[in-house]
Design a binder for this molecule. Sequence first.
Ligand code: SAH
Ligand code: SF4
Ligand code: F3S
Length: 436
Amino acid sequence: MKYLIKTFGCQMNQHDSEFIASMLRSLRGEAVSDLDAADIVVVNTCSVRETAENKIIGFIDSLKRRKRSNPDLIIAVVGCMVSKREQIDRLLEKRKHIDIILGTRSLYRLPYFLERREAEKGPFVEFDLDDDIPEGRNHIREESYRAYLTIMYGCDNFCSYCIVPYVRGREKSRSKQDILNEAKALVNDGVKEITLLGQNVNSYGKGLAEASSFADLLYALNEIEGLERIRYMTSHPKDFNSEIIAAIAACKKVCRHFHLPFQAGSDRILKAMNRHYQRDYYLDLMAAIKKDFPDSVLTTDIIVGFPGEEERDFEDTLDILNRVRFDNAYTFLYSRRSGTPAADHQNQVADEIKRERLQRLLQLQSDISLAKNQAMIGKTYTLLGEGRSKNNPQMQSGRTDGNKLVHFSADEDFRGEMVDVIIEEAHSWSLNGRIK
Ligand code: SAH
Ligand code: SF4
Ligand code: F3S
């Protein structure tokens, strides 16, 4: 059986796809990159914004023709876009070529439905968000030297714009022991960098029988011999407390990269977003981080054009950019997600205004990113090598502790190796250096 997994969306989805690959591999499947060669296509979907959904629906529709020429082709659509009844109904209405639908917490049922598919026609649909994701899952990783590790599923925050709590279900932490066992097994397997995954990693431990916190987890992971770097995503400012800051300060393997989405700069909008913090709290938190970690890298997520956002609210967002001076910001046009409270707001912001604001935001951030990268010139940084650069194959690439991308030339392949480089040239989104 030849399989092709097409993954959209965030790191959680990438990691879920590694699990899907492992299930298919244990059914003696073989990965292919050519759609024409595939016996089964799995589409792992994202519904965070409308643009993502449209692209995915376009892809699913393009499979119709392939199914016509190869009726044995199995098409499975899984993940966030198919974790709500209404969405599934809408999808299936005009797409009889889909065989299997599995929600975010039902992925592990894929082998079962593939077997049933041999005798029955389908479509098979399962999307129970109360389902517990089984322990002991395997993942097929793209890189041998780095890995994702899920520490919690779901989200209980219900930010008023966001679909994730409705498609990933309630927050649930894995036990500390299960996480540590998995981390040790990864390191024994040659992994040097682990990225802890969860929609709100800072609230890790909530509801566990044995009390534990995100800080506890960092202390324990930091002890694992052979592990070089610990990353985590995503943090929520409201839960990023002094206990976590102290743990990071004490744990040398935890990267000095702070990704703290602030989403909007105005108190009024933050309240409407249900974010549970205000701009002064956020600015104080960032000031505390800068004080304790002067060389750290700071990044954020921002939404432009949330319903009711006025020019002065948007200026508050620009103001936070100017005050904090992030190394990078991931910026999004607000997208109306049906079923979320913000989608029903009367005063949606017009598209042209959203776009014009986004342009201003991008321009400001690009200037700041460039200035921050220029300040790195002449200094030495340790990279974890990623091998040949994707965009620039004559060069090698690697990431600093702060997750900045650096290109350098070398005859040797530094994939998975730690290497010191001196920065020589800075751009807004990458750097060039030479081996020290
Ligand atoms: N749990 C993470 C990631 C959520 S999704 C967090 O809280 O940060 C990643 C980003 O997508 C969010 O940070 C937000 O900036 C953006 N996003 C989520 N819903 C959105 C929507 N409806 N429109 C535009 N951007 C959205
Ligand atoms: Fe969405 Fe908010 Fe949860 Fe992040 S914390 S996944 S933005 S609801
Ligand atoms: Fe991730 Fe998209 Fe789902 S951002 S959690 S894949 S809706």
